[in-house]
Design a binder for this molecule. Structure first.
Ligand SMILES: NC(=O)c1ccc[n+]([C@@H]2O[C@H](COP(=O)([O-])OP(=O)(O)OC[C@H]3O[C@@H](n4cnc5c(N)ncnc54)[C@H](O)[C@@H]3O)[C@@H](O)[C@H]2O)c1
Ligand SMILES: N[C@H](CO)Cc1c[nH]c[nH+]1
Ligand SMILES: [Zn+2]
Length: 432
């Protein structure tokens, strides 16, 4: 990890220190993903098989997971793992139901009722990563809110292994949450299939889920095409920013940094502290813990583009963090709630030394599909609302129109939209 001191850096160095790693490959990615999307649109299921052979090194017969594969997955899974998946699903369900938007009805004047009603997005496509590690927890994070929202057709794609099968735990989690169809597809080709549809894969209205740089770029491209599909947000390579004070436990801080560094070579982790001593102790601890990790190679690549930054105060750490807008923000300080009010951009926040980021990844109940690359400045993580449309409804009585009609007519006249004005005045005349 590179060691830096915020107050000794000029603006260009600060910008470079907070730049995300994958951005440097943006042009190469854009062209590659454009080609994959075009190939899928042109070649449909045949192209999907060819792309799976090329990128996932698997020979697919059926693209869709059938009943026998679901049954075999359930039978093969360890009962302790199945219980943990059910336990996590229950807590995710509890939080997401409690946080779900509610219908609203308000009388904004006598005889003027305005409502907000909720409707599920009909056809949704979920992406569950499995390139370097299959993530059954992501199937829960997407499947649970889709079920609560009441989406009619829920399709899930996840890359197959070399044996042509999907990860058993991903299949179990998908079934548990009521996903209707699962396809053995990964990367940009999975996103293209769900956005445009093929003979096997139904076209979806909105796509959800995290993924590597190819998946994220494909989501962005299909969302800018009117024939494509909407997306939840850009949820790319995982990242974490930790703010730690001088008394933070370096063992815990290092463990949290490594937990996101091990996701992939494009991940990035940042530690901000006003204590040079703490930064040095965490650096040593990261080295020590990393050496013992099975994914040490992956973590080291992520650490090469990660930073330890000395700040002058916790207040400055908050300013830097808001500027970076991390996917995950951990406040390993004595009084984390004292900083919370000043945080304005982060996907998910973890308070205090007993709240590792991992609990949010799996089973505290919050959602782990979160905006990366600084998109936390304007996007939120996945929730039930992401799977719903909020529709407004209004009903005005004759008395209500007498109340608000003149206001409408005045504003319409000011905008020189005479037909708008008359839609009101003709009725007011009929009421006179
Ligand atoms: N932001 C979030 O909420 C969140 C949540 C979970 C995971 N993640 C991130 O998701 C990512 C998962 O990535 P992953 O790679 O393990 O799995 P993945 O399923 O996202 O990607 C694997 C697919 O990438 C495609 N691919 C690989 N190399 C390619 C190439 N050279 N050209 C074209 N396509 C290629 C393949 O089709 C393969 O199926 C990680 O970066 C992780 O940090 C983010
Ligand atoms: N940290 C990831 C989100 O960036 C989510 C995840 C799934 N499994 C483990 N972690
Ligand atoms: Zn994680």
């Amino acid at each position: 990890m590179k060691s830096l001191a915020w107050n000794r850096m000029d603006e260009a160095s600060r910008r470079e220190a907070l730049a995300r790693p994958a951005q440097a490959r943006a042009d190469e990615l854009r062209g590659g993903v454009e080609r994959i999307i075009a190939i899928v649109r042109e070649g449909g299921d045949t192209a999907l098989r060819e792309l799976s052979a090329k990128y996932d090194r698997c020979a697919l017969e059926a693209i869709e997971v059938d009943e026998s594969e679901f049954a075999a997955a359930e039978a093969a899974l360890d009962s302790v793992l199945k219980a943990a998946i059910r336990e996590a699903a229950a807590r995710i369900d509890l939080f997401h139901r409690a946080a779900a938007p509610q219908p609203v009805a308000v009388d904004t004047a006598i005889g003027v009722r305005v409502e907000r009603i909720l409707r599920p997005i009909s056809r949704v496509g979920l992406y569950v990563p499995a390139g370097s590690a299959p993530l059954p927890s992501t199937a829960l994070m997407l499947g649970v809110p889709a079920r609560i929202a009441g989406c009619h057709d829920v399709v899930l794609c996840s890359p197959a292994r070399a044996d042509g099968r999907c990860d058993e735990a991903v299949l179990y989690a998908a079934r548990l949450t009521g996903v209707h169809k699962v396809f053995k597809l990964g990367g940009a080709q999975a996103i293209a299939a769900m956005a445009y549809g093929t003979a096997s894969v139904p076209k979806c209205d909105k796509l959800f889920g995290p993924g590597n740089a190819w998946v994220t770029e494909a989501k962005l491209q299909v969302s800018s095409d009117p024939d494509g599909a909407a997306i939840d947000m850009p949820a790319g390579p995982s990242e974490v920013l930790v703010i730690a004070d001088a008394d933070a436990n370096p063992v815990f801080v290092a463990a949290d940094l490594l937990s996101q560094a091990e996701h992939g070579p494009d991940s990035q982790v940042i530690l901000l502290s006003p204590s040079a001593d703490l930064l040095a102790r965490v650096a040593a601890e990261v080295e020590r813990q990393c050496a013992a990790l099975p994914r040490a190679d992956v973590a080291r690549q992520a650490l090469a583009q990660s930073r330890l930054i000395l700040v002058e105060s916790l207040a400055q750490a908050v300013e830097v963090s808001n500027r970076y807008a991390p996917e995950h923000l951990i406040l390993q300080v004595a009084e984390p709630r004292a900083l919370l009010d000043r945080i304005d951009s982060a996907g998910s926040i973890f308070l205090g030394q007993w709240t590792p980021e991992s609990v949010g990844d799996y089973c505290s109940g919050s959602n782990h599909v979160l905006p990366t690359y600084g998109h936390a400045r304007s996007y939120s993580g996945v929730s039930v609302a992401s799977f719903q449309k909020q529709i407004s409804v209004q009903e005005v009585s004759a008395d209500g129109l007498r109340q608000i009609g003149p206001c409408t007519a005045t504003l319409a006249a000011a905008e020189q939209l005479e037909a708008h004005r008359r839609a009101v005045t003709l009725r007011l005349e009929a009421l006179a």
